[in-house]
Design a protein around this ligand. Structure first.
Ligand code: SPD
Length: 277
């Protein structure tokens, strides 16, 4: 018998991949958590039926959510990651020499636990107890509400805007992100597909523009997300992507990110420009 795993994106679209073996399937207080070994992508983390990350292509998402904002900021020292329970984002953040401390607040301890067990390549920084990393299992929304003038860069590596991720896409949350950032800080959030999440992207772009003087969006191509084209949104108090100068910055070995993409990823197709206008 063949086993397949499907993420239902809309009423009319699903993404399906063939499964060799289910390594873990459980339920936390927040969501269904599964790790499946797939023929196409290797091991894959699935939360509430939504594909999150896989061994074969995780580098695209994790490099792009970490390096783009960390290189826009000229000297990021203190970073906060909200979500990111698989550990891929913090694995990339700790590689930056300027970064002294990364706090990570993940609501679901089970996601951290299974990622450490089944996805060691992704969860490396957590597994090795990287000295820069301060991992807390807790509520990112509450953490943000309590923080003030603390972080250079905030990375919101959330799941979809349903279930535990829902409150991370609101005007109130973005106001708290603004408050939690230093006077020249910036934040990035994964903001789903410009094809399939247009009402969400319109709303959050408006909210971020209301609060931050600089609003920008960039794209990356992620095979396990519906449509392949995935967007990331930035709210920044001072620094913009067009002003980045990488000449004296650390050179990182990467598989997707590169110096050209630091600017080119912000080139948007017309329909996406229209969406966030
Ligand atoms: N629609 C899927 C979006 C998933 C974003 N979260 C990915 C987590 C990887 N660390």
């Amino acid at each position: 018998m063949q086993l397949w795993c499907t993420e239902n994106e809309t009423e009319y679209l699903g993404l399906t991949t063939r499964v060799k073996e289910t390594l873990f399937a459980g339920k936390s207080e927040f969501q269904d958590v599964a790790v499946v070994d797939t023929y196409q992508f290797g091991r894959m983390l699935v939360l509430d039926g939504v594909f999150q990350t896989s061994i074969a292509e995780e580098f695209v998402y994790h490099e792009m959510i970490a390096h783009i904002p960390l290189f826009i900021h000229p000297n990021p020292k203190k970073v906060l990651v909200i979500g990111g329970g698989d550990g891929g984002a913090v694995r990339e953040v700790v590689r930056h020499d300027t970064v002294e401390k990364v706090e990570m607040v993940e609501i679901d301890g089970l996601v951290v636990e299974v990622s450490k067990k089944y996805l060691p390549q992704i969860s490396k920084a957590m597994l090795e107890n990287n000295p820069k990393l301060d991992l807390k299992i807790g509520d990112g929304i509450g953490h943000m509400a309590a923080a003030e003038n603390e972080y250079d860069v905030i990375i919101v590596d959330c799941s979809d805007p349903i279930g535990p991720g829902e409150g991370l896409f609101t005007h109130a949350f973005y106001q708290n992100v603004y408050k939690a950032l230093k006077p020249d800080g910036l934040f990035v959030q994964q903001t789903e597909s410009p094809f399939y999440h247009q009402p969400l992207i319109r709303r959050l772009s408006k909210d971020i523009k209301d609060i931050f003087p600089i609003h920008e969006m960039y794209l990356a191509h992620i095979p396990i997300y519906p449509g392949g084209m995935h967007c990331f949104t930035i709210g920044s108090k001072k620094y913009a992507s067009k002003d980045v100068d990488l000449s004296n910055r650390q050179k990182l070995e990467t598989k997707y990110y590169n110096e050209e993409l630091q600017k080119a990823a912000f080139a948007l197709p017309n329909f996406v420009k229209e969406l966030i206008k």
